[in-house]
Design a protein around this ligand. Structure first.
Ligand code: LMR
Length: 328
């Protein structure tokens, strides 16, 4: 249908068609609309609508409105939604090897993360998703994570002792804190503010953008700018749904995603810079920027995580990390 419409320069007003006659893609995510992912998913929906003249409609459901973390992936597999864009840390419940991205200080820049994800090891990781019926379409940026807590400034690895961190569902993240004598508990993103607010937990890690978006800074007293781990997203589609899309629609989707991915690359940086500025301006959270010496101590403390990852999942993933690649 799309092909014929393209040939005839879209004579039909597709918005008049019913949902059964159009292609509707339900896209669920857990963050607010003004975050990098919120903005990227909306732009993607606009581009697709524009380029198919309304024949393909991407309906975006932000803020865990439809599904929370944990529920999202089953909803995708069950076909209740057709697209999601979880952080790589959350995909690890299906393919644990994706935890490689969570290894602290594995990447220095967002380009390094993207190169890894788009490179040969990323291909192996993506094929594992395809084998589970999940089609990976793109990698979207957010930013580097920072540590917050409400006890003391975190400078030295010993400072983490007995803090209680909220984490995303990834064993590497659990071990990251366990190694430093802190507790870690998996909580869905919508629960971060409540559990910090009622002091069940007293610490967490996230990007500037997510900290501001969820008002985390209003319930945490200290933030260390550590840039220790990257938070990025895999844009995923239900594999069967993808296979059944007409070729023309697949092409429109891939082109639109390419454009949005480049767009969100710069935008994510701006959104995070603005959020950092807001955190500095609010004077409501004490900010410490990790020094090079402190960073070295953290890196040393986290080294056992690399060994345990390698033992569990093999050296392939580790050897291709930019920090080790240079030695080969
Ligand atoms: C989190 O749970 O902290 C983040 O993954 C939320 C998000 O999607 O950015």
């Amino acid at each position: 249908m799309l092909a014929s419409c393209q040939q005839h320069s879209y004579p039909v007003d597709h918005e008049q068609l019913s949902e059964e006659e159009r292609i509707v893609i339900r896209f669920s995510h857990v963050v607010g609309e003004d975050t990098p992912k919120g903005l990227a998913s909306r732009k993607f929906a606009e581009l697709v609508k524009e380029r198919t003249d309304g024949y393909v409609e991407v309906q975006v459901f932000p803020n865990s409105f439809l599904y929370k973390d944990g529920e999202e992936i089953s909803a995708l597999l069950d076909g209740d939604v057709q697209m999601i864009a979880p952080s790589t840390s959350k995909i690890t419940t299906v393919i644990p090897e994706w935890q490689i991205i969570d290894l602290p200080f594995a990447f220095e820049t967002k380009e390094e993360v993207r190169e890894y994800v788009e490179g040969p090891v990323g291909e192996v990781l993506k094929n594992k998703l395809k084998a589970e019926g999940i089609y990976p379409l793109a990698f979207w940026y957010n930013g580097f994570k920072q540590m917050t807590n409400n006890r003391e400034p975190l400078k030295h690895p010993d400072d983490f002792q007995d803090l209680r961190f909220r984490i995303m569902s990834s064993e590497v993240l659990y071990e990251q804190f366990d190694l430093l004598g802190a507790e870690a508990r998996v909580e869905t993103f919508d629960q971060v503010f409540p559990v910090l607010n009622n002091e069940e937990l007293n610490a967490q890690e996230n990007t500037f953008s997510n900290i501001v978006n969820k008002n985390i800074h209003t319930v945490q007293d200290y933030m260390t700018v550590s840039n220790h781990g990257y938070l990025g997203y895999l844009v995923l589609m239900n594999g069967e749904f993808w296979q059944n899309l007409p070729d023309e629609v697949q092409i429109v989707i891939l082109d639109a995603l390419d454009e949005v991915t480049e767009w969100v690359k710069e935008l994510a940086e701006e959104v995070n810079e603005d959020a950092y500025q807001e955190l500095m301006d609010c004077r409501c959270i004490e900010i410490h920027e990790l020094t090079d010496e402190e960073k070295q101590l953290w890196e040393d403390a986290f080294l056992p995580l690399y060994t345990s990852f390698e033992q569990r999942y093999g050296e392939l993933y580790i050897n291709h990390l930019p920090k080790f690649k240079m030695d080969h």
